[in-house]
Design a binder for this molecule. Sequence first.
Ligand code: P6P
Length: 337
Amino acid sequence: MSVSLTRYLVEQQRSKGHIPSELRLLLEVVARACKGISHAVNKGALGGVLGSAGSANVQGEVQKKLDIIANDVLIEANEWGGHLAAMASEEMDTIHAVPNRYPQGEYLLLFDPLDGSSNIDVNVSIGTIFSVLKKADASTMVRESDFLQAGTRQVAAGYCVYGPQTTLVLTVGDGVAMFTLDREQGSFVLTQEDVKIPEDTQEFAINMSNMRHWAAPVRRYVDECLQGKEGPRGKDFNMRWVASMVADVHRILTRGGIFLYPWDKREPGKAGKLRLMYEANPMSWLIEQAGGAASNGSARILDLEPAQLHQRVSVILGSRHEVERVVRYHQETAPAA
Ligand code: P6P
């Protein structure tokens, strides 16, 4: 008997008391929105959804048509449910408060509606990343500052990867579960629960073209991996880089590995490329819930107190022993306190 996402969430609610009904409803609405995005993505050229939208987002990046479609699908799906106070997206400058014509809820939804956009037109896996927080004070009008909470405050986090399968990966703080979209039934079916990442790995993921810009600890770590059996690690490593965080993280959750998008000296004032609130925090919680680790090189990502909604962060996450090694290398080169 297959277990649907709905049944899994009801059982989580009933047996573990982990998720109130409003949060369960929210997660089911997000999953339904991801189904809609998957449908649009799968149409590709047939749906006239490829290519640039001719606009730029708050990050100054060229928006793809599907970026905007995915954002609109998530906004429209989540506005009326009564479980949200507001939403925040990589594609929107500021928060989107639930319109007054709908009931306001206590949850805050953050998302990167379509991560990995550079891969859309070349038919490589992309995905939606989402994070759920609770509004601290239910009595006040929702503001951007309500979103500025550390990753440890998340009540749910996940992503949906649009690849050979459409797979929803979710945590509500009781481990990580994976649900594969059964297109015949039109529902997400539980295909793995209690996901665990091996503590060691022989596979690293980083954009090697940036090597000359990395800080010394990252350079040392990657150099040692490249030296293989003859080097200090005494084993050979493999390298992967999809340039879709969702795809790289899904591989790591499935078979282990380490993912690095570190600070580099191309723009020294920028902490990193990836965004803390709707990329690094949800992915870091999933990785930790699966037994891995996630650091910015000197601190646990989930402990970082955000100052801005779209702030960036250096990301090193995956198999625990490998992340700890990279952090150790940073500590060994950190200026004496
Ligand atoms: P680069 C996609 O644009 C993204 O935000 C992540 O999904 C991905 O890991 C990274 O950027 C890829 O960056 O510089 O290798 O293209």
